[in-house]
Ligand binder design. Structure first.
Ligand code: SAH
Length: 213
């Protein structure tokens, strides 16, 4: 598959649609305009790649809706050089958005098939996270903590304490919490022991998986 003017046009339309839905951060919209999402999914879905839809990727997982990716990215308000931990690399599309926002990205995936596939694929497009980790997101990445932001892109049945412990004072944990449906939940670390919690609406993610394969 290639990236063409036609794809670019569709991306501009997608960015417009996301703007209508409330995404106002121009850096996020520019990332959406730039990243060839059709290359992150199976070619059989190519015709729909720039609609606000989720698609199956490998290992029974899905690439998140563009709106969800844009929403989470906007809430994080990533600044250049921010150290960001992503839980659930999946297709790598959200990873690419974080890299376009100039974050230093650490990304954890617990399914080996996806981990391998995406770790090979992203650098081909010029997207190079600081680290790809095959591991269990419930544990975070203590050896690289603290982070400016931690973003979870799978539905978490509860908020892992390890993740709260790994954000900087002034930092954020953004995590969809719930079983079938999730409430997007933002934790702002006010001091070493104080967190402010905000609920930001309903979303639907694949579940965050417990055990490592
Ligand atoms: N942002 C990704 C979302 C993929 S779906 C995208 O848009 O493509 C969620 C991903 O989280 C899946 O790839 C799944 O395998 C991964 N995942 C689920 N449980 C996990 C865990 N405990 N630790 C790390 N990754 C996990």
């Amino acid at each position: 598959m290639r990236d063409t003017i036609k794809h670019q046009g569709l991306r501009n339309q997608l960015a417009k649609a996301l703007k209508m839905k409330g995404i106002s951060d121009e850096n996020v919209l520019n990332a959406i305009r730039k990243i060839p999402r059709h290359l992150f999914i199976d070619s059989s879905f190519e015709a729909h790649a720039y609609q606000d839809k989720a698609f199956p990727i490998a290992a029974e997982q899905t690439i998140s809706h563009p709106y969800t990716v844009a929403f989470q990215s906007q809430v994080l308000s990533v600044k250049k050089g921010d150290k960001v931990l992503e839980i659930g690399t999946g297709s790598g599309y959200q990873t690419a958005v974080l890299l376009e926002l100039k974050a230093e990205v650490y990304s954890i995936e617990r399914q080996h098939e996806l981990f391998k596939k995406t770790a090979m694929f992203l650098p081909k497009l010029g997207y190079r996270p600081k680290r790809f980790i095959f591991g269990d997101g419930y544990k975070g990445l203590p050896e690289e903590a603290p982070f400016d932001s931690i973003i979870v892109t799978a539905g978490a049945p509860f908020v892992p304490k390890a993740l709260l412990a790994q954000i900087k004072v002034g930092g954020k944990l953004l995590i969809p919490v719930g079983d079938k449906n999730q409430i997007m939940t933002l934790f702002l670390r006010k001091s070493p022991l104080e967190f402010e919690k905000k609920e930001l609406g309903d979303f639907k993610f694949v579940p965050m998986l417990k055990k490592k394969n």
